[in-house]
Design a protein around this ligand. Sequence first.
Ligand code: FAD
Ligand code: DLZ
Ligand code: SF4
Length: 508
Amino acid sequence: VGRLILVLGDQLTERVVALREADRRTDIVVMAEVADEAGYVPHHPKKIALIFASMRKFAARLRDEGWDVRYTALDDPDSSGSVVGELLRRAEETGATEVIATEPGEWRLIEALNDAPLKITQLEDDRFVASHKEFDDWARDRKALRMEYFYREMRRKTGFLMEDDDPAGGKWNFDHDNRKPAPGDGIATQLMRFTPDETVEEVLDLVEARFGDNFGQVRPFHFATDQGEARRALTHFVQHALPKFGDFQDAMLDEEHFLYHALISGYVNLGLLDPIEVCEAVEQAWRDGHAPINAAEGFIRQIIGWRDFMRGIYFHEGPDYTRRNVLGHHRDLPPLFWGAETKMRCVGRTVEQTRDDAYAHHIQRLMVTGNFALLAGIDPWQVHEWYLSVYWDAYEWVEAPNVIGMSQFADGGVIASKPYVSSGNYIAKMSDYCGHCAYKVKDKTGPDACPFNLLFWYFMDRHRDRFEGNPRMAQMYRTFDRMDSDRRETVLREAARFLDRMDAGEVV
Ligand code: FAD
Ligand code: DLZ
Ligand code: SF4
């Protein structure tokens, strides 16, 4: 009897290690849509549909290539409802006694496989530039783990944008040229939309029926659901949006959801696109003179830098990472995160877009919803569960470091050297939200004051002990201390009142 080869919903490529190790003449592939995975958080229906539809198409392809695939659909009456349960059921059905798995991207599932009453071998997922060992070797003996230095190693290792031993263009990092505010003219590339075929439509019906109460709607659905479509989405990005990706990476517009972003994270995380293939396409565009170096470098840094770094941190830090809360934040996540009315235009629009698309770009996630949650002192675990639920690309290995670490500083600075907090000024500079807002970003106190302006000082004041000695924050404390004491008191009092009203369920 052959072995069972487990392929999870975010391992949809022949290049995944368990499939590379398998023998298609004797081994049996197990794939399962299960209630446990679909329900550990209330995932956005579009995310569930993307995963199920892509799983079904991948299973069909494996069958075409001669694999024996045992596939459990969500509504299979014999299903046990869990990944381990399905492995046990298939073991009994086939007589197999051994399972080969690619290590899942979440401790919860790694531990479930470890604890299962079956011989399961978990092979390290090598769809990343750095292996666990390479990351741990790099991290060992370093006082602080900083992405920039890790990234340079990954540039050397992969050879992307390298001229012999030197970085192309003479610099490792061209961020200085990026970060332009939103351009005023009609802009942005058209999103690549795929029309659902019969397989996808079936999944949309299933998801609508089973997860219709989750935040967001499954239709309209336009994501790619196989490797061919995902490659077309990548090509579309490289042709149309990449040249301006760097310039407007941090910009936000009230009426524009996607700007020049790639919209590929979901595909890369699922396995529909390979991260190296993505970087090759981007590097080639630069070599062909189609995209400037600041765009190509900025983009490649997001993939072999940030993405790989986040994965390294998740595994390096261990299973308790998502429970960290060094700032002692305990406020409940307010209903406005789930679409309840808010007068804050930036937050309202970001949440609305998240509900509609299961997508928001990096700066919306970091400097609007993330910034607000951090300033307001919301429990990072609840913030983490929200992000894990609502985005099409959210899997714990990448979501948790971004949320717990980068955005909420709940890990005490493992990832970020200072918290990503800002007053309304930053949002006013990088977006056109404020012009549509009921609050006034220029007001620092008073009935119309932008809540970010109030909460910024509330946060700084509350965490003075921790951050005053941070050289990158000292200037802010000096500014605060130079305010006259009446004004300081007014700001803090109004911030507290704002939070009380929010906690009481008032529209804020
Ligand atoms: P682009 O802006 O076009 O960037 C290109 C690619 O770079 C992305 O597709 C992605 O693969 C990679 N990338 C960029 N930044 C990061 C990063 N910080 N970490 C990892 N990869 C990165 N990304 C996820 O894939 N899943 C998540 O659950 C997730 N949660 C996030 C939560 C917060 C609070 C923040 C601040 C960021 C989060 N990110 C997450 C990172 C980033 O926001 C998304 O990868 C990006 O918005 C995806 O859209 P895009 O493909 O258009 O990306
Ligand atoms: C996210 C997800 C969902 C919604 N459903 C399934 C599923 O039914 N079957 C499956 O194999 N995987 C699913 N996934 C992805 C897993 O949750 C993911 O593999 C782990 O969280 C590790 O990243
Ligand atoms: Fe957001 Fe403040 Fe601007 Fe309103 S004024 S959009 S709350 S930053």
